[in-house]
Write a new protein. Structure first.
Length: 533
């Protein structure tokens, strides 16, 4: 989601908008030709009078924004046949201007892309040619992380470790996280975050969110991931980068990774020059639900106790929204550690508490009862009621179980990677959320092959349990507005725009200063307005 201060589009003329041009990348896969299904999820960047975007096949394209004419295209020739867990997608590129180069020098402005096959590529923004002085002939290999080469999986592991989000750029550094597949193994590749020199591609520093696996056979620790697959935010003035981390592997069984698993499921501030940790705030302890910190950290100024303070606004798949002091990581609005249900799974010790923000309230339902069941006929409704009654269902943070657990929200949230839009003049935050539940059931290893019940399976190799997630899930997008009233805690805006099931938001929203809210990518091309107080 994005906010723009431009006022050309407003309530009076939004209905008169017409298509100026359409550009087709041609990079599409339906998933039936030996490749994964593709999705067009890029957010273009506009700089120096040009539009730069990426395609599902990782091609980078420069367009004339007035006409849509292609100026150049760069093809990194990724291996499209690999088993990329996210499918064939890319969410955008980043740019950097080298102050040491003149206006006619090659690669004065660079476009950086992190590819699905784990390369960091530097391209001349003017010509679309490789910046050959970066890394090896214009690219850096990102595969040299702990756990990437697995002795029993070989080439299959390659697609499990990939990149989907644009790099972050701060000063003369390019910073990348990674996307790592869920539910495959206990010891997935490391979710290390790395900074590279924007000119040379040399590694400046690396930071691992969790403890590394060791060859010590007496150690009970076996994990991986905790990766930053979403967008990393940067504050040049403070020399800080803000890292949103996901779950440690495996997702639904934590018996091999005891403790809180810091700094998985967190937002962490690192000093950009050194990679040293400034502060961290964990949103989910010992995650057992795939509750990633999926939305990008949002940097804003908010009025609080009579003055404006710098904050980081951070959402999570749980539906919780946290407002933290940008300098210290301390909560601006209180966060309480509350008791949550224990696990009854042998070998598992769930965290006894989880951090609940006092405000704002949850932006997604966190408990579903049998009375919430719905169906087009009485028989359908009764079948749904019976399905809910069979599941362990104690609200959010009910641990996965052999019996089967109702997860509310499910593993898509809550809030996901499309994030939010913030209006700094009105201190209005617009958030779109998923209202999704899921059934999660752990299956003892000796019963995996004989189980025939419906659902999709995650092998979770190296653990006593595979995991089953029911495919019968419903998604409803909800757009919520949050504003702080005076210096009090935030409240929900009653007039906020609500989307029905015919509008599934993929790429987020754009909020203009005239209160027009436009879906960037959806099944219904429209713009609507929201009221603010």
């Amino acid at each position: 989601m994005r906010h723009s201060s431009l006022a050309q589009i407003n309530r009076e003329n939004v209905a008169k908008l017409r298509v100026a041009w359409v550009f087709h990348t041609g990079d599409v896969s339906d998933g039936h030709d030996g490749r994964k299904r593709s999705g067009f999820e890029t957010t273009p960047i506009f700089v120096d009078g040009r539009l730069y975007l990426t395609t599902p096949f990782n091609r980078v394209i420069a367009l004339d924004p007035a006409t849509g004419q292609q100026l150049w295209a760069y093809d990194p020739h990724i291996d499209q046949s690999l088993d990329y867990g996210d499918g064939l997608i890319n969410r955008g590129a980043a740019t950097w201007l080298d102050p040491q180069r003149g206006s006619k020098d090659k690669c004065r402005r660079r476009i950086f892309e992190a590819t699905l096959d784990a390369r960091l590529i530097a391209i001349d923004a003017a010509t679309g040619q490789s910046c050959i002085d970066f890394g090896s002939s214009g690219q850096v290999n990102l595969r040299n992380v702990p756990g990437y080469q697995h002795p029993n999986l070989g080439e299959h592991m390659q697609g499990w470790y990939h990149m989907t989000s644009p790099p972050a750029v701060i000063d003369d550094m390019v910073i990348v996280g990674s996307a790592i597949d869920d539910n495959n193994r206990a010891d997935m590749p490391s979710g290390v975050v790395r900074a590279f020199d924007a000119r040379t591609g040399a590694l400046r520093w690396s930071w691992n969110p969790i403890a590394e696996n060791t060859p010590d056979t007496t150690s009970s620790w076996l994990s991986g991931a905790a990766n930053a697959w979403s967008v990393i935010a940067a504050d040049t003035h403070r020399d800080l980068v803000f890292i949103p981390t996901g779950s440690a592997s495996p997702d639904y069984y934590g018996g091999l990774r005891p403790g809180d698993d810091k700094w998985a499921n967190s937002v962490v501030a690192l000093h950009a020059k050194s990679g040293q940790m400034a502060w961290g705030f964990q949103l989910v302890h010992h995650d057992l639900w795939d509750y990633d910190t999926a939305p990008p950290p949002l940097l804003a100024m908010l009025p609080h106790n009579g003055k404006e303070i710098p904050v980081v606004i951070q959402g999570n798949k749980t539906g919780f929204l946290y407002v933290l002091n940008r300098d210290t990581g301390e909560p601006v609005f209180p966060v309480e550690e509350r008791a949550v249900p224990p696990s009854d799974v042998p070998g598992e010790t769930a965290s006894p508490t989880q951090p609940f923000p006092v405000a704002p309230p949850p932006l997604a339902p966190q408990h579903i009862s049998v009375d919430d069941a719905w169906g087009p006929t009485p028989a359908d409704r009764e079948a749904c009621r019976q399905a809910i009654q069979k599941l362990l269902n104690q609200g959010i943070f009910t641990p996965p179980s052999v019996r089967g657990t109702l997860a509310a929200p499910g593993n898509l949230g809550g809030m996901n990677w499309s994030g939010y839009a913030f209006d700094p003049q009105r201190h209005l935050l617009i958030v779109n959320t998923n209202n999704l539940i899921a059934r999660v059931r752990l299956i003892p290893r000796d019963k995996v092959n004989s189980d025939t019940e419906e659902g999709s399976y995650g092998a979770q190799r190296g653990t006593p349990y595979a995991v089953e997630q029911d495919k019968r899930q419903c998604v409803l997008e909800l757009l919520v507005g949050i504003v702080p009233k005076d210096d009090a805690l935030p409240f929900l805006v009653e007039e906020a725009f609500q989307c029905g099931v015919d509008l599934i938001v993929v790429g987020g929203w754009r909020l203009t200063c005239t209160n027009s809210v436009c879906p960037i990518s959806s099944s219904r091309p429209s713009c609507d307005t929201v009221k603010s107080r």
